[in-house]
Unconditional design. Sequence first.
Length: 505
Amino acid sequence: MVELRENEAAVIKALQSHGGNCSFEELLASTSQSNAAVTRALTTLQEKQFVKVSETDQVALRLTEEGLEYAKSGLPERRLLQAVLELGGEATIDQAAKRANIPEQIASVALGWIKISKWCEVTTQLQKVVLKAAGIPDRTNVEKALELISSKHDLPLEQLPADLQESVETLKRRQLLDTRKQRKRYTELTAQGWKALEQGITVPEEISDLTPELITSKRWRNVSFRKYNIAAPVTPIWPGKKQPYRQFLDNLKRKLVALGFKEMTGPIVELMFFNCDALFMPQDHPAREIHDIYFVKTDELGDLAEYSRFIDNVAATHENGWKTGSSGWGYKYSRNEALKLILRSQGTALSARTLASKNLEIPGKYFSVVRCFRPDQVDRTHLTEFNQVEGIVVGADLSLRDLLGVLERFAIDIAGADKVRFKPDYFPFTEPSVELQAYKEGYGWLEFGGSGIFRPELTLPLGIKVPVLAWGIGVDRLFMMRARLDDIRMLFAQDLDWMRKQKVT
C-alpha cells in the first residue's frame, strides 16, 4: 500500500478517472479540492515521480464586441442578402440596407463581401447599385467559425475544426476576432503512478493543528503531524493597483519634474490657432483637412482675446514673413480659420500656448504628457487617440549642444537606455532638427523621438527672442517596448488578466 495525503489521493484518483492524462482545468473540475490544494498535491506527486506536469503555449480565440454582435444577428452581408430576397429578389443597396437596418458604412463593406462570395448579381442602374439574388446560399465557413467561437470563451485554435481554421484570418482582418497566447498545463500519470494505484492508496490520519488538548493530554506524542512544503505554489493574490500604462505615465511625469521641468497644460478642444497657425503651418496645408483633424461639430468660434497681441504677428508671418527673415507662405491669412475649434491633434499646441503665456519663465524648462486625436483606421499599430510627450527649454545662449545634452539625459535617466546617438533629420517646426536613437540591450538601436530648435517663424511672433529647444517622443510605443506588447490597443484594453500580471514599478 502507498501512503498519500488526502488531497494527493484525490488528485491521483481523479487523474486515473481521466485515463491518466488531462488538462489542469479538467483535473480541478473532477475533485472537490481548491486550485491551491490541487497545485500543492501535484507538486508533491511530481516529487514522488507519480505524475508529470507539462506546459504548452496555445492560441486562444475570442470574438470582439462587433464579432459577438454578428454571431447573434448574422453577418451584415447575410442580412443584406435576406433583405433583397424579402424585397422580391431585386433592390438597390440603399433599399436593402434600410430593410435590414444596416448603417450605410457597414452596408458598403457588406456589398464587398457579397461580391467576393458571388451571392448576388451586382449592377449599376441610374447611378444606383442594384442587387439581384436568386436564393439563399449555404452557410460559409466564416459563419460556422463565428458561431462556434461565440459558444465558448477563449476557444483554443486547435479545437477549431481544420476546415474552419482558414476562416480565422478572415475574421481577424474584419476585426471580428482577437487571438491571444495562453499557457496551458497538462497532467499525466507516470509508470510509477500507475504502479502505486495498482498497489492501493491509503490515507493515514494526519493532524494539521497543534491544539491545547493535544498538549495537555500528551497525545501529540502518538499522532502524525502533516508536513508543510513551504516551497509549494499558492493561489495568487491580486491586490488593487494602477492601470500599468497610467502608472508608467505618472512615473514619467515624476522623473521629468525631478529634472527641473514644469508641466504644461491645455484644453483637449483646441483652437486651430495654437494647433497649427502659431506653429507656422499654412492654412491650406493638407494636414489641416478632415482626414487628419477632428473638427468640433459647431458653428461657434473660439476666443483669442487674451492672445490678441500675437494674432497680427502670426498673420504677417504667414503672409510675408514679418520680421523673421522668412518670406512667409504668400497667402491672405484668415482670422476666422484660426478661431475654429478642433480636438488637439498634436502636443506641440501646448508648447505654443506656453510660449504665448504671460507666466512663461525665461530661462525655463517645460514638458507635457497629453492625449491627442487624429482620424485613423484602428488596428494593432494605430489608434484614433494617443499620448505624446513633449518638452521645451527656453533660455539665452542655448545651442544644439545643449539640446543633445538634454536628450541624452532624458534617454538614459528616464527611458533606461544604455547609450544614445543622433542623426540629422527634418521636422516642420524646428531648424536644425535631430532624431534621437537609443540603444537598449535586447532591442538594439531604436528611433526614440524627434527634436530641434524652434524656427524664428514660430518664436518671434509669440514675443520670444531667445532660443527654444524642443523635443517629442512617441510614448505609447515606448511603453509597448518596455511591456513587450505587439498590439497598441492593449494600452487601453480592460484585460484584467494582463493588468494583474504587470509588475508594479
